[in-house]
Design a protein around this ligand. Structure first.
Ligand code: SF4
Length: 375
């Protein structure tokens, strides 16, 4: 923990916000920004204790090389639906190649799942495969999670926000950050990756949310434009900056693109020539991540992914549900989190028997974000 974070906690607990350790369950701690997505601003004492347990489990596991699981996840990623309007070439849903049944979670099932986790995760990431805003209950899911003090972040292709009613429901839901996945600053370049996208709907969508925020005098959701750097859109970075300001976005992040296939030609087609703007290097005619093979994965001790039907998988890189740990709707999430199957998977990763998905994973990757601008 950084010293600035410690001093913030100490100021908060001595200035009268909380009276004593005995009132711990009501203590709210102001927390400095810990990641580019600012996931933690305000957490409860129970969430802080839980974060301590996860940190201790990661430390103990890395020393003993035996998978320890203490606490509950501080971050949950939930897939509201597998449906999407677009056909992005690097996405299994977009290619129509998702090797598991599609569908969407009901609000009732989500509530049962969420309420079974104590303390509630600090952060809910509301996406996986599919577009979250085509699910009519997404605002209700956000409201339920934020009511328990969690911070909800959603990533969207923006199309659905062209409907002002959807845009208003999202602004009113209590969402903290809306990631706008737009990879270009013109209709021509946008559709090269976001195949089937409509640039005019995208513009209307961003403007709608910014305008409704203004009318309702809301600071949130933070509008973060996330621009994947491809060979074909590099020359539009300045235009994106201009449009982000003009449309009312709050941040613009240039992010290196991920490949789904690693042949030389595939990378040459999509990746920028400048090595600083890509996360891969070419080795023996294959693209490989620019990081040493890591012997340790901390992510699976503090987070999990729940697919629309309740299936729990260890992380978002398991897109097809190859490593199913259990089902949160059937067994209950806490039982799955502590199950022998989960422990065996964590131990497998620990001992170096890593599945192919780990080779393309961002865990421990530096340089994922090329640049970030705030307005
Ligand atoms: S892909 Fe592998 S290394 Fe990455 S988060 Fe998942 S289990 Fe960990």
């Amino acid at each position: 923990m950084k010293s600035t974070e410690l001093s913030t906690i100490s100021r908060e607990t001595t200035n009268g916000t909380a009276n004593s350790v005995r009132t711990a369950s009501r203590i709210r701690i102001r927390w400095h920004e810990l990641s580019p997505l600012n996931p933690i601003k305000l957490i409860t004492f129970e969430q802080l204790v839980n974060l301590g347990k996860i940190t201790a489990a990661v430390a103990a596991t890395s020393v003993t090389r035996r998978a320890m699981v203490w606490g509950t996840p501080t971050m949950l990623m939930l897939e509201p639906t597998t449906a999407c309007q677009l056909k992005c070439p690097h996405c299994p849903t977009g290619r129509g190649e998702l090797a598991r049944p599609g569908g969407r979670i009901s609000l009732e099932k989500f509530r049962t799942l969420w309420d079974s986790i104590h303390p509630a995760p600090i952060r809910l990431q509301l996406w996986n495969q599919g577009e979250p805003l085509v699910h009519p209950d997404t605002p209700g899911i956000i409201r339920h999670a934020t009511a328990s003090g969690s911070r909800v972040i959603l990533s969207t292709n923006v199309e659905a926000l062209a409907n002002p009613r959807t845009a208003e429901a999202i602004v009113r839901s209590g969402l903290h950050t809306l990631i706008l996945s737009l990879d270009g600053a013109s209709a021509e370049s946008h559709v090269q990756y976001r195949v089937g996208g409509k640039w005019d709907r995208v513009e209307r969508g961003v403007r709608n949310v910014a305008e409704i925020k203004r009318k309702l005098n809301r600071k949130y959701p933070v509008l973060q434009w996330q621009f994947l750097l491809f060979k074909h859109n590099l020359n539009e970075r300045d235009d994106a900056l201009r449009l982000a300001r003009e449309w009312g976005a709050n941040e613009l992040v240039f992010k290196t693109a991920q490949l789904e296939a690693f042949e030389k030609e595939e990378g040459e087609r999509w990746l920028p020539d400048d090595p600083k703007l890509r996360r891969y290097v070419l080795k023996d005619d294959r693209w490989v991540l620019k990081r040493a093979e890591r012997p340790f994965c901390a992510r699976i001790y503090g987070s999990a992914v729940v697919q629309w039907d309740g299936t729990v998988v260890p992380c978002c890189f398991d897109k097809d549900g190859e490593f199913v740990i259990g089902n949160a709707h059937d067994a209950g999430f806490p039982a799955v989190w502590q199950s022998d199957a989960y422990r065996a998977f964590r131990q497998r990763i620990l001992t170096g028997e890593r599945p192919p998905m780990c080779a393309n994973c961002t865990e421990g990757l530096h340089g994922m974000y090329a640049k970030k601008e705030r307005f």
